[in-house]
Design a protein around this ligand. Structure first.
Ligand code: PSU
Length: 319
């Protein structure tokens, strides 16, 4: 639901929104497709790990016989399904990409610069193209202290209104998880934990003490929920929260304590708004000597694989 006006749509949407060849073919043939965001490449991971991870996620999705569609803004165009050289370009720190949420899409297009799309912007663009499933690491949420700062990610607004399934590992404990879940509930986002219990995952930790309303260990059942959401025209996002695989969980709990230090530093340095998440990710990675990044990459890959399986079930159900 990119809300271009009608005249703008006729004049230039097709020249602004460029589908990669494979993505266009997959959409036409109702083949499984998984959207991927690009803020994680431009701002979430350091170079060269960012490019390696972007390629790894695409190949993980292909192994499951689905088509990856990495989304980014490049020189005035919205690109859905990047070429190898476009992927390399956005991953290059010299490009100095902008972090693009929905608010920023038009600005970055007019300026003809490079933008890494957040969960919110990626959802909006994926939906405009007809892509139902999207894989990422973690979502933005309600920041701690939001009662004073009002710092709430636009990801949550989008999750309330755009019918795209976001497969993630929950939200980091840099966020206020109970408030994030409350906000999602208020905005009618359907939150499902993948697995045998309802504990919402905390990104580096497989379980928090907070609960989602629903869990399912059956990916076909999750795809059925998506298809039913379409049928009933519910216009809501679905957040599919996948706990970090068990073998990484010990490290996950260790990283968790470091996060608390990084949050404190962030406050002391008065870092705010969209700079908060990139700052904390960088500091946590430094303090854990790269362990947080390894875990981050492992969970991104896990989510991409699960998303591809859901996309496959969904395309089987909607032929
Ligand atoms: N959480 C992570 N890594 C990330 C992000 C979140 O662990 O890279 C990115 C995602 O793109 C998410 C965005 O959509 O940060 C949220 O930013 P903000 O809180 O400024 O809306």
């Amino acid at each position: 639901m990119l809300r271009f006006t009608k005249s703008l749509f006729h004049q230039s949407l097709s020249s602004r929104l460029i589908l990669g060849e494979e993505v266009a073919e997959a959409l036409a043939g109702n083949k499984p497709i998984v959207a991927l965001e690009s803020t994680v490449i431009t701002h979430g991971l350091p170079s060269p790990n960012n490019l390696e991870t972007a390629k790894l996620l695409e190949s993980t999705i292909r192994k499951e016989n689905a088509i990856p569609a990495t989304i980014a803004l490049i020189n005035g165009k919205i690109k859905v399904g990047l070429t190898k050289s476009e992927l390399e370009m956005i991953a290059d720190p010299k490009i100095d990409a902008i972090k693009v949420s929905v608010r920023d899409i038009s600005n970055v297009l007019v300026k003809k610069v490079v933008g890494g799309t957040t969960v919110a912007a990626t959802m909006r663009i994926a939906h405009a193209c007809g892509i139902r499933v999207f894989a990422t690491g973690g979502i933005g949420g309600v920041h701690r202290g939001a009662e004073d700062t009002f710092d709430i990610s636009a990801d949550l607004i989008e999750l309330g209104q755009t019918p795209v399934a976001v497969v993630c590992a929950g939200a980091k404990s840099i966020l206020d998880i109970p408030k994030t879940l409350e906000f999602l509930e208020t905005h009618s986002c359907n939150v499902i934990v993948y697995g045998n219990d309802k504990n919402f995952p905390g990104f580096f930790t497989p379980k928090t003490k907070y609960f989602a309303p629903m869990n399912s260990a059956n990916l076909k059942e999750i795809a059925e929920i998506l298809a039913l959401t379409d049928l009933l025209n519910l216009q809501q996002g679905t957040l599919i929260a996948c706990p970090l695989p068990e073998k990484y969980s010990a490290v996950g709990y260790e990283i968790e304590s470091v996060i608390q230090t990084a949050v404190k530093e962030c406050k002391e340095l008065k870092i705010s708004s969209k700079e908060v998440t990139p700052f904390i990710l960088k500091r946590v990675n430094e303090m854990t000597k790269g362990k947080s990044m390894e875990t981050n990459i492992a969970l991104l890959q896990n989510n991409a694989q699960i998303a591809a399986k859901i996309a496959k079930h969904y395309s089987d159900l909607t032929v």
